[in-house]
Design a protein around this ligand. Structure first.
Ligand code: HEM
Length: 405
C-alpha cells in the first residue's frame, strides 16, 4: 500500500500526487478496499455529483458522525438551510475588527522576544478564539475548546483503522457527552435570554417550521470546532511556509500589499490545508475507464487536484499573482465550505498583521517540520520563527512598541 501517512509524504505529498495523476489518476488500494481520486476533473466530479457520490460515508471503524458535512439531500438541504440562516455574510463581515483585535492581542506578548512558535502562540489559538467569538462563548472556555477540537480531529484516524482509530472513537464519545452538557446549557440560556450571536440565531432558526434537533445542534458545534479551527490554523501556517520558501514572492507582497487576497488564494491552492475529503459511491461510477463499484469508500484528493497541470499553468509554481485560480480548496457544489469567507478574512488579517509586525521573519529551525496530528490536513505541528525583536521605550513607561529595528 502507498504509505500516505508517513511523515515524509505528509510533509510533501506533491511528487507522489504528480505521479498518481499521470499514471493512476483513479487508484484502487486493494489492502483497504478504498479508492483514491487524484486528478482535477475526477475530484470535482466527486464533489459535485451527489447523485453518484454520497457524503454519508462509512470508514473502517464505522459510520462517520451524524454531521451536516456527512449528510446527503434531502437532510443536508434542510440542515444547511437552517444553518445558513444563522451563518450570514453580515455576521461574518462584522467580525473583522474583533479578529484584528484578537490577532494583535496574540502578537503583542511575543514582539519583544524576537521568536515564536507560530502554531502554539498564534495560528492555533486565533481561529479558536474567533469561533468562540462567533458563537458567543466566553473566551475563558477556550482551553476546553482546544481540547475538544483536538480530540475531534483525531477522528481522521478512523480512515486508518486499527488501535489508534478505536482509541480516537472512545475519546470522542467522552468529549461528545461533555459537549452535549455544555451546549444544552448554553442553548437553554439563549432561549430564555437571547443575544446577538450565532448560538441564539441557531436556537431560533427555522426552515419550513423545522428547527435543529438537540443532536443536530450539537453536531453542528462539533463540526464547527473541527472544520473551523484546524483548517484555518493550517492556512496561516502554510502561508508563512510558502512565503519563506519563496523570498521573491514575500518581497513582492511586502511591496504590494494589495496582493494579499490573491496570495491567500494561492496558498489555498499550492498547499491546500484540507487535503482530502471522503465520499462513498452510491452506484457504480466510471472514471478514466475504471469502474468504482457502488458502496466503496473514496478518498477525494483535493490537494492533488489543485496541482493538476491540465487546469493550472505552471501548477508547481507558487505565484501570488495567479489569475485565474480555480482552486477547489473549499470544496465544490452543495457542501461548499460554509466558513470560506471567515477563513479568508482570518487569513488576510493574520498575514497583514504578521508582515506588518514581524520584520525579518525567518524559520528558526532547519529540521524538517513534523506534520500535524490530523491525517486529512497538510501543515506543521510546530513552526518556530525568528524575527527582529521590537524594543520598547523604557523611559516612556508605556507598552507601545517602537518601530521594528
Ligand atoms: C482554510 C480554511 C478551510 C478550508 C480549507 C475548508 C475546507 C472545506 C472543504 C473542502 C469542505 C467540503 C467538504 C466536503 O465536500 O465533504 C468544507 C465544508 C465545510 N466547512 Fe470548511 N474549510 C475551512 C474553514 C472553515 C471554517 C472557518 C468554517 C466554520 C467556521 C468551516 C465550516 C465548514 C462547514 C460547516 C462545512 C460543511 C458544509 C456542508 O456540508 O454543507 N470551514 N470546508
Amino acid at each position: 500500500m502507498l504509505d500516505f501517512l508517513s511523515d515524509e509524504l505528509r510533509r510533501d505529498p506533491y511528487p507522489l500526487f504528480a505521479q498518481a495523476r499521470s499514471d493512476f489518476p483513479v487508484l484502487h488500494e486493494p489492502g483497504s478496499g478504498m479508492w483514491l481520486l487524484f486528478d482535477y476533473d475526477s475530484v470535482k466530479r466527486a464533489l459535485n455529483d451527489h447523485e453518484s457520490f454520497s457524503s454519508a460515508v462509512e470508514t473502517p471503524t464505522g459510520r462517520a458522525p451524524d454531521w451536516l458535512v456527512f449528510s446527503d439531500p434531502p437532510r443536508h438541504s434542510k440542515l444547511r438551510a437552517i444553518v445558513m440562516r444563522a451563518f450570514t455574510p453580515r455576521s461574518i463581515a462584522s467580525l473583522e475588527p474583533r479578529v484584528r483585535e484578537l490577532s494583535r492581542g496574540l502578537l503583542e506578548p511575543v514582539l519583544e522576544r524576537g521568536e515564536l512558535d507560530l502554531v502554539a502562540d498564534y495560528s492555533a489559538p486565533l481561529p479558536m478564539m474567533v469561533i468562540a467569538e462567533l458563537l458567543g462563548i466566553p473566551v475563558e472556555d477556550r482551553q476546553r475548546f482546544m481540547h475538544w477540537a483536538e480530540v475531534i480531529m483525531t477522528l481522521s484516524y478512523t480512515i486508518s483503522g486499527g488501535e489508534e482509530a478505536a482509541h480516537a472513537m472512545s475519546e470522542n464519545a467522552v468529549v461528545k457527552e461533555e459537549m452535549r452538557a455544555y451546549f444544552d446549557d448554553l442553548a437553554a440560556q439563549r432561549r430564555s435570554a437571547p443575544k446577538d450571536d450565532l448560538l441564539t440565531r441557531l436556537v431560533e432558526a427555522e426552515v419550513d417550521g423545522e428547527r435543529l434537533t438537540p443532536n443536530e445542534f450539537l453536531g453542528f458545534f462539533q463540526l464547527l470546532l473541527s472544520a473551523g479551527t484546524e483548517t484555518t490554523t493550517n492556512l496561516i501556517n502554510n502561508t508563512l511556509l510558502c512565503l519563506l520558501e519563496h523570498p521573491d514572492q514575500l518581497a513582492r507582497l511586502r511591496a504590494e500589499p494589495r496582493l494579499l487576497p490573491s496570495a491567500i488564494e494561492e496558498v489555498l491552492r499550492y498547499r491546500t490545508p484540507a487535503q482530502m475529503v471522503f465520499r462513498s459511491t452510491k452506484v457504480d461510477v466510471e472514471l478514466h475507464g475504471q469502474v468504482i463499484p457502488a458502496g466503496k469508500l473514496v478518498l477525494v484528493m483535493v490537494g492533488s487536484a489543485n496541482r493538476d497541470a491540465t487546469k493550472f499553468q505552471d501548477a508547481d509554481r507558487f505565484d501570488i499573482t495567479r489569475d485565474p485560480n480555480p482552486h477547489i480548496a473549499f470544496g465544490h457544489g452543495i457542501h461548499f465550505c460554509l466558513g470560506a469567507a471567515l477563513s479568508r478574512l482570518e487569513g488576510r488579517v493574520a498575514l497583514a498583521d504578521l508582515l506588518e509586525r514581524l520584520k525579518g521573519i525567518q524559520l528558526a529551525s532547519t529540521e524538517p517540520w513534523v506534520p500535524r496530528k490530523a491525517l486529512n490536513v497538510l501543515g506543521p505541528a510546530r513552526l518556530p520563527l525568528r524575527f527582529e525583536p521590537i524594543r520598547r521605550n523604557p523611559q516612556a513607561g508605556s507598552q507601545a512598541p517602537e518601530k521594528a529595528v
